[in-house]
Design a binder for this molecule. Structure first.
Ligand code: UDX
Ligand code: ADP
Length: 474
């Protein structure tokens, strides 16, 4: 296998962008081209104003500054960069299918297939193709079979033909800590059936990851491991969220329970924070994929087991809206409710599958006016997610619903009846309660779904507080 000099990444999203930025920074000897069909996104990656990059990730702009236009380039030139690449990463989107067979469960692989066809068509010589996107098991087989259709049979090869080697190298980064996760991974997983191709990819990671953290395996085990890692993480979140409801009914405190069980090294303390339910582009999609695969192989009991993880997640979101309604005398119609945090968690501008979407839609359905504040999410994205445009509060009519985006946390609460905290940005943990309550209607409520409010301070200022999984406050 020839040594890798030119790398191409198809897809400049939440996975492709940060991953290539870190590889470029760690491997100055490589020439990396990130390509995307979305012109706006590429223009944003090339923006000289580093606060206008298409995604927000702590530490990302600092690393990008070091390598952009040195050995890292963003462009829409898909064909040219495929042709010249020794190694191509596929980091395109794989959302859940919305129609046809497997709708609502299976992943839509049309973008993967399109990428594989482009690689087949424009790839030259020996090319290693690395699947990075989260994919259902056996996708590598699909990619392989498409690529094979572009190559000549062995007996007809004459030396300068194309050949492809497919590897699975799932990404385990979490949004909000992507740069740190990429620079200090728990492990790097490489699945494949060609030793030379595996070594070539391993060589890249060895520039900054120690060898004992690089696991090599077969293609299918690698693909499945990614799915299962996400399913296990999501399961922990649903488990602790289910217990948050029990704590509320029994006067216990979910934080105390998490602390106590997390100190058992067999359980571990990570991923035991109760909240409004998991969001993000991976957890739900991956569990749905798992369910689909299990049903496909006739293992229906296993499929129903994992279905429960999603059911609890949906229930948790519904439950929060119900509690808000109950506490606000059974109706939010005509009331103003302030939402702190619209992204699916802190430190990201990503709203995919954010619990805020469902909770806000339900509150809108009940006739409330929402004042939404988020440090990084763009209001145009909120309009897409909620399916309605924001309006000026003055035009809000009773018996209808509406929302507006607030540029500041302080302004967002003017005349509000309640604040609903949905993500745990640092600035929500350090609130001047006196300042806020003076601008709100009485009684003033805080619904804290992330357990970040300083209850003593908030109480002293006169707030009524509902805090998730905190029985003693209810
Ligand atoms: C996840 C996986 O962590 C990552 O390895 C994979 O590559 C992609 O999917 P991500 O979705 O970016 O990453 O974020 P993560 O930190 O895992 O959080 C997912 C959701 O679970 C968020 O909505 C978060 O708020 C929620 N969560 C997480 C909790 O409610 N409690 C916790 O203790 C942890
Ligand atoms: P992820 O979170 O998996 O990175 P994103 O949706 O953020 O997903 O990014 C995927 C990117 O892949 C998008 O910017 C999309 O335009 C791009 N993309 C999809 N199909 C192709 C393709 N055939 N060629 C180039 N880019 C593509």
């Amino acid at each position: 296998m020839k040594s890798i000099k030119k790398v191409c990444c198809i897809g400049a999203g939440y996975v492709g962008g940060p991953t290539m930025i870190v590889i470029a920074a760690k491997c100055p000897q490589l020439d990396i081209n990130v390509v995307d069909i979305n012109e706006e996104r590429i223009a944003a990656w090339n923006n000289s104003d580093l606060d206008k990059l298409p995604i927000y990730e702590p530490g990302l702009k600092e690393v990008l500054k070091k390598c952009r236009n040195r050995n890292l380039f963003f462009s829409n030139r898909v064909k040219e960069n495929i042709s010249s690449a020794d190694m191509i990463f596929i980091s395109v989107n794989t959302p859940t299918k919305t129609k046809g067979i497997g709708a609502g469960q299976a992943s839509d692989l049309k973008w993967i297939e399109a990428s594989a066809r482009e690689i087949g068509k424009y790839g030259k010589g020996e090319t290693i193709v690395v699947e990075k996107s989260t994919l259902p098991v056996k996708t590598a087989e699909t990619i392989k079979s498409i690529l094979l259709s572009f190559t000549k049979p062995k007996e007809l090869k004459n030396g300068d033909d194309k050949s492809f080697y497919v590897l699975s190298n799932p990404e385990f980064l979490a949004e909000g800590s992507a740069i740190d996760d990429l620079e200090n991974p728990d492990r790097v997983l490489i699945g494949g059936d060609n030793k030379g191709a595996i070594s070539a990819l391993k060589e890249i990671y060895l520039n900054w990851v120690s060898e004992d953290k690089i696991i090599t395996t077969d293609l299918w085990s690698s693909e499945l491991s990614k799915l299962i890692a996400n399913a296990f993480l999501a399961q922990r979140v649903s488990s602790i969220n289910s217990i948050s409801a029990l704590c509320e009914s029994t006067n216990a405190n979910i934080n105390e329970v998490s602390r106590a069980i997390g100190m058992d090294t067999r359980i571990g303390k990570e991923f035991l924070k109760a909240g409004p339910g998991f969001g993000g582009s991976c957890f739900k999609k991956d569990i749905l994929n798992l369910i689909y695969i299990c049903n496909h192989y006739g293992i229906n009991e296993v499929a129903s087991y994992w279905e429960k993880v999603i059911e609890i997640n949906n229930w948790q979101q519904k439950r929060i809206t119900k509690i808000i309604l109950e506490k606000l005398y059974g109706t939010v119609s005509g009331k103003k409710i302030t939402i702190f945090g619209f992204s699916f968690k802190a430190n990201t501008n990503d709203t995919r599958e954010s619990p805020a979407i469902k909770i806000c839609k339900d509150l809108l359905e009940e006739g409330s006016f929402l004042s939404i504040f988020d440090p990084k999410v763009n209001p145009s994205q909120i309009a897409i997610d909620l399916g309605i445009q924001q309006i000026n509060e003055k035009n809000f009519k009773n018996n209808e619903s509406g929302w507006s985006f607030s540029e500041s946390l302080e302004d967002s609460v003017n005349n509000s009846d309640a604040i609903v905290i949905l993500s745990d940005w640092d600035e929500f943990c350090d609130i001047n309660y006196d300042n806020l309550i003076n601008k709100m209607r009485k009684p003033s409520w805080i619904f804290d779904t992330r357990n970040i409010v300083n209850k003593n301070d908030a109480n002293k200022s006169g707030f009524n507080i509902w805090s998730l999984g905190n029985g003693s406050l209810i």
